[in-house]
Every structure is written in C-alpha cells, then in structure tokens.
Design a protein around this ligand. Sequence first.
Ligand code: SAH
Ligand code: SF4
Length: 397
Amino acid sequence: MTTLDIAHESREAAPAGAAPRAKPSLVGLTRPQLMDALKDFGLPEKHLRMRAGQIWNGIYNRGLTRFDGMTTLSKELRDKLGQGFDISRLDIVTEQKSIDGTRKWLLRLPSAVPGVPGPEIETVYIPEEGRGTLCVSSQVGCTLTCTFCHTGTQKLVRNLTAGEIVGQILIARDALGEWPDGGRNSEDRLITNIVMMGMGEPLYNFENVRDALEVVSDGEGLSLSKRRITLSTSGVVPMIEKAGEEIGCMLAISLHAVNDETRNKLVPLNKKYPIKELLDACRNYPGVSNARRITFEYVMLKGVNDSIEDAKELVRLLKGIPAKINLIPFNPWPGSPYECSDWAQIEKFADFVNRAGYASPVRTPRGRDIMAACGQLKSETVKKRASERFRDARAEA
Ligand code: SAH
Ligand code: SF4
C-alpha cells in the first residue's frame, strides 16, 4: 500500500530536539494555574484574570506559538512574557497519511538531558463522515503489558505533562488548518471528538490527563465538550470513580474477555482488578445513564475470545449497565502473537450482540497501512539508565 511520508525539517534538526526547554511552557495550564504562573511572574493581581484570558485566547483560539502576535497585550508585556515563558509546539518528527485519510504524527517531546533527544509519541487523526476523531497519547510507552498491544511491548518512559497532551491537539489543528478560532465557530470543524486511546494508560497519569481535558473542554478555548471526549482505560478500578467525579468525560473500558482466566492473559492488570470489580466500578461510574453510556471495547482475537459463547457471556455480564459495545478487529503488528478473527466470525459475534440490543458495534480498522490503527502505536524511545544517558550525551558532544 502506498503511504505518504512527509519528513519535516525538524527531523534533521536533532540538536533542537536534544535541547531541553529553557523556559516553562504555559500550554496546558488550567486557568487558575495560568493565573498563578502570571502572578509569580510579577503581573499585578488586578490584571491577572484579564491577562490570562488574553493569553488563553491567543493560544487556544488563534493558535499562536509566540507572544508577538498577542496584539491585545502591550509590546512591552509581550516581550517580557516571551523572555519568561514558552508557548511553542512540540517538534514534529514525521507526518504520515494513510490511503484512507487517517493521519499520524510522530512527535518529539522536549529533552530532559542536554544532548539527548526527547522521547517520542504518536497522535492519530481519523476523519469520518460527519466527524473527525483525534486519538491522543497520555504516556510514552505503558507500564501495562497487554499481550495484544504494540504499546505494551514498550516500557514506560514517562508520563506526558498536561501541556504535552494538549499540545497534540494544537499540532493537529495546525496541520488541519483550523485556526483562527480552532474551528470553534465553524459548523464543519474537523476535530469533533477526542479519544484518550493513544499510547499509555490515562488513569496512570491522572492529574495531567484531568488538567489537559479541563483545558481542552474550556468553552472559551478549544471548546470540545466532555461528551465528545472519551477516556479509555484497561481497568484501573480505584481511579474510575475519581475520573467520573473530577473529569466527567465519556468512559471506555478495554474489556476484551468475559472470564478472568482469559482476561488475565490479555490484560494482566485483571489479576489485580478482576472483571467483577471492574464492572461494579462501571455500574457506579458517576453520571452514567442511558444517554451517557459506557463503551466496552472488545478486540476480536481468533480462537481466543470470539466464540458465540463469549458473545452470550458478554451480553449477560453487561446486563444492567448502560453500555455500548465496540468490537475491534485485531490490528497486527510485527511479531504480534495473535490473529484477527475471521470476518465471518466477527459478523456472527456482532449479530448476536446486535440482537441483544447493542447497535453498530464493529469498529473498522483505520490507518492500518501506516500502523496508526488501535494498538499499533509504539515509538522507538526506550528508557535508559541515567548512566547510559550521560554516556550518550558525552559521546555526542
Ligand atoms: N491504555 C488504554 C488506552 C489505549 S489503547 C486502554 O488500554 O484502554 C486503545 C484501545 O485499543 C484499547 O481498547 C486497547 O485494548 C485496544 N488495542 C490495543 N492493541 C490493539 C490491537 N493490536 N488491535 C486492536 N485493538 C487494540
Ligand atoms: Fe497499555 Fe492500553 Fe496497550 Fe494495555 S492496551 S498495554 S493499557 S496502552
């Protein structure tokens, strides 16, 4: 299959990616955090709310990456802010476009150690009829080791900051040409939905994900309502209620199996939080109702979890929970130990689930040719010991 590889200049610019950010970033700060940062920077108390609003507008409605363009601020203040803070984008390493229109960006985060390039993450945009979904990463790698997931083969390198989570959306808006106003006032905005389904387990990076989503859903900025934001978790039970209370977005659960024996193999976290506890947490998810259903994701693995008995048990387990079911054909990756269920079997499974009252459940794989489909994301970044990092830095210097 043909894919379009767009190499950006920053690919060549290893030294840029290898330099730690000199100034703190304002991107991804919630409004109160932004006001605090400005206060600590010495701005007068009585102007804080207004200044924060002006800066907010510049970043999230106009897509500015420098203070120069914030003409509602005096030239003097713009210069001063520019000396103290950063509002620039993450580096784009590559951008790929699938034949089906899906786009994937490999992004480089700021470096923590001079001379060593920062870690890399992936973000995916999936255009569909009437909507456009951005699949956002929350961690570099993942601590969990789900056996069907490519990210699960990559150790956790680190959590993303709130700014790095929001930064993925800003980059996608740049690429899609959605400024000024971030598409907010347009009937046909291109990014209509956000799914926290990229690399990482969002509930293991709770505070940063919560803050990022507060910024993203702010009605005076990017303005994506919480009903259009879905957080997917492999089942971190103790954090589910907290997520409902403090984030309040839509919830998706990576269920993938209907008995603990199989789920222990597919999602090893199940040994800690088995299916019953997980489903109890779903029943109690704050705000759950027939209008705000929980999505249960179910990856179709040949001969593992795809029998009609499994489908029956799935329907039985979900009884009483306002639920949607998303059947995901398994997306292979190099060396993956599973096969995707046969299409006829997926249809049978889907039919059964449909007849039980769950609509349109099969998720068509998108962007498989550029390894952008669910579970195919993985960057080359590895966690090095500090001693290795210093050795590499010395060797490069
Ligand atoms: N860590 C979170 C979110 C990221 S994964 C979670 O596990 O929910 C997003 C979805 O893709 C999850 O349902 C995940 O189980 C699924 N997935 C992972 N690998 C996959 C693969 N190879 N094929 C299809 N879906 C996969
Ligand atoms: Fe981590 Fe989710 Fe992949 Fe499991 S499926 S390894 S939790 S990213």
